[in-house]
Ligand binder design. Sequence first.
Ligand code: HEM
Length: 81
Amino acid sequence: MHFGIGRHACPGRWFASHEIKLILAAFLSKYDIKLKEGESRPKKFIFQIMNSPNPNAEVLIRKRVECSGMGMGPREELRAE
Ligand code: HEM
């Protein structure tokens, strides 16, 4: 992702990057994500100065088992198993 360069570089870039990190952290706390069996990291997509994830790549996403409290581990009943 790019925010422009020089005099007119995006003044919202720090705010935006904090928001993106929060969204990513919330996503990763609720979902597991992995590549398909036998696949390696998809080639990135580069257009001029933009360096982005491959828009055609496919990943597997699975909802994680609910965690208790501050997201510090599995619920008691799961831990006992
Ligand atoms: C993912 C989020 C964002 C991206 C990718 C982004 C990207 C950009 C880009 C590429 C420019 C043009 C820079 C240039 O002309 O060189 C720009 C300008 C600007 N952005 Fe953002 N931006 C984002 C979020 C925000 C946010 C959250 C704000 C405000 C709260 C913001 C406010 C501005 C303003 C005011 C300009 C014009 C700056 C100027 O012309 O001097 N942007 N942004």
